[in-house]
Design a binder for this molecule. Structure first.
Ligand code: AMP
Ligand code: MN
Ligand code: MN
Ligand code: MN
Length: 284
């Protein structure tokens, strides 16, 4: 049962993807900040959960009433646009899922080479080695490239690196052949997880296009929307609550925590779910 005294955070990252805290550090922070339910949802990998489980088994850390939910944030594509699908309560030992996530890593590795080539043409050679050095498995994501650009003095901060080079339509942006949203949903459901559209308010979609995405996602077996997200404003939250109700979808909540340097996002902190929503915790 949910410990009602703590917070619920169903979207977080660790150093297994582009987060700043190791899985044990994230756990320690969750315990210190009275998080009652924590889902670790790294980009396209469950390595952080494996590491966390090993850490809990091999040390005397007392997780108390904290409930850990295994998750993943799958990079997907819809209508030529990157969309993230969070899977919650997945069986991380599912071999099909792991093979699929391995393919995601291969896509990331190919994309990293292509990003490095673009940066080289733009006058920044040898960024790949710097970025890879900062990345899990030596496969850098865009935030690792951003950090590398900062560390060689090409940009002032990560935000500027995205703005100048790495964000969609910028000169070092490389389109990735991510799987369609329907595949991401299927992978998650076949691994016994619940599929959730991550941060729907962040895709800069018109109301009607967002509704089309939600409708498509529901039709292919998607089950929930992230309604309460740290970066969603009150209007967006109400809009998403309305869509969840209209399409009979559950509502999730998460901070999308990446670490202490993003000071405006804190672990376990996000606006409350509107009371008309049906919480995804009923499914998990
Ligand atoms: P990737 O998975 O390699 O495409 O990188 C996407 C990640 O980069 C997201 O999960 C965010 O953590 C981060 N990100 C995306 N856009 C920006 C931005 N404009 N500024 C800073 N970080 C960003
Ligand atoms: Mn990220
Ligand atoms: Mn995301
Ligand atoms: Mn995320």
């Amino acid at each position: 049962m949910l410990n009602q005294t703590g917070s619920v955070d169903l979207h977080t990252h660790t150093t297994a993807s582009d987060g700043e805290l190791t899985p044990p550090e994230l756990l320690a922070k969750a315990l210190a900040e009275n998080v009652a339910v924590l889902a670790v949802t790294d980009h396209d990998t469950t390595a952080g959960i494996t590491e966390l489980r090993a850490h809990i088994e091999s040390t005397s850390v007392d997780v108390g009433h904290l409930r850990l939910i295994p998750g993943v944030e799958v990079s997907a594509s819809w209508n030529n646009m990157d969309v993230h699908i969070v899977g919650l309560g997945i069986e991380i030992g599912d071999l099909r899922l792991q093979a699929r996530l391995q393919e995601q890593m291969e896509r990331r590795a190919r994309r990293a080479e292509a990003i490095a080539q673009r940066l080289e043409k733009l006058g920044y050679p040898n960024i790949l080695a710097v970025a890879a050095n900062k990345a899990p498995q030596g496969i850098p994501s865009r935030p690792h490239f951003a950090e590398a650009l900062v560390s060689v003095g090409a940009c002032e901060d990560r935000k500027q690196a995205f703005h100048r080079f790495l964000a969609q339509a910028k000169p070092a942006y490389v389109k990735t052949d991510w799987p369609d949203v329907c595949d991401a949903v299927r992978w998650i459901r076949e691994a016994k997880g619940v599929a959730v559209i991550a941060h729907p308010g962040r895709y800069k979609l018109t109301r009607s296009k967002l509704e089309r995405l939600v409708c498509y996602f529901r039709d292919v077996g998607g089950q929930a929307l992230e309604v309460a997200v740290a970066t969603h404003g009150p209007d967006v939250i109400q809009q998403l609550a309305g869509l969840a109700l209209k399409y009979d979808l559950y509502a999730s909540q998460g901070s999308d925590y990446h670490g202490p340097s993003m000071r405006w996002v804190q672990l376990g902190k996000m606006p409350p779910l509107p009371s008309r929503c049906q919480s995804i915790l009923d499914l998990l």
